[in-house]
Design a protein around this ligand. Structure first.
Ligand code: 13P
Length: 249
């Protein structure tokens, strides 16, 4: 049985006032909640772990450096993320691959750094609209999986998030058949490389314009184990129904 995971990526949104959303979310969790991981901006990590103390909500960062410490102005290390009480870190989000030119090799090195600090890496991959139009989706996804994941992947240290770039923040969602095709492909690629036990145990999240209105049908897909949600994770009233849909899936 794979865990179900509802992860929220707040991106560059949220000041201290947003911590009340964590309280609301914690109070409104369903009976048997899935794993819930909120990834606020790094300025809120310590306060977010305080705010969720005693609740099942876990906290994650949105990036970390490959090194534990050093002369890297503006960066934060996995050690610092773990020091905040966070348990997860998003790595290789398309917004970082694009704006910060992160490569698969960078993501792989960051994943190793995250593990060394005891964090679970949420490794993101996804094709552009041009790549999908050119029928390259599975090639791109396969190459990103191969290049971004270190050999020591297991179901405790890694979560994979498929986020088609063209679906992020656009309101455009792939068809259920398209999501199913990519998730089945990822499952096969992972069992090929890591063996059936690890490959079948790795949680696979879908991300890109997930809302309460489409969550139920997305979570019904066999190899979708949860979601990585951007915009709809900012407000507890938007995220809670997604968490509830996952709990019931
Ligand atoms: P949206 O849910 O806003 O489309 O963002 C998805 C995302 O990028 C999560 O990491």
């Amino acid at each position: 049985m794979r865990p179900k995971i509802a992860a929220g990526n707040w991106k560059m949104n949220g000041t201290a006032a947003a911590l009340t959303e964590l309280h609301s979310l914690a109070t409104g969790l369903p009976e048997n909640p899935p794993q819930v991981v909120i990834c606020p901006p790094s300025t809120l990590l310590f306060r977010a772990t305080d705010a969720t103390h005693g609740s099942p909500i876990q906290i994650g960062a949105q990036d970390c450096h490959t090194e534990g410490a050093g002369a890297y102005t503006g960066d934060i290390s996995a050690t610092m993320v773990a020091d905040s009480g966070a348990t997860h870190v998003i790595l290789g989000h398309s917004e970082r691959r694009d704006a910060h030119r992160e490569t698969d090799a960078d993501v792989q090195a960051k994943t190793c750094a995250a593990w060394a600090a005891g964090l679970t890496a949420i490794v993101c991959i996804g094709e552009s609209e041009a790549e999908r139009d050119a029928d390259q989706t599975l090639d791109v996804i396969g190459a990103q999986l191969d290049g971004s994941l270190p050999d020591a992947v297991d179901a405790e240290n890694t979560v994979i998030a498929y986020e088609p770039i063209w679906a992020i923040g656009t309101g455009k969602v792939p068809s259920i058949a398209q999501i199913e095709e990519v998730h089945d492909f990822m499952r096969a690629r992972l069992t090929d490389r890591f063996g059936a036990e690890i490959g079948n145990a790795l949680p696979l999240l879908y991300g890109g314009s997930v809302k309460a209105a489409n969550a139920v049908e997305i979570f019904a897909v066999e190899n979708v184990d949860g979601a990585l949600v951007g915009g709809a994770s900012l407000k507890a009233e938007d995220f809670a129904p997604i968490v509830a849909a996952l709990a019931q899936s």
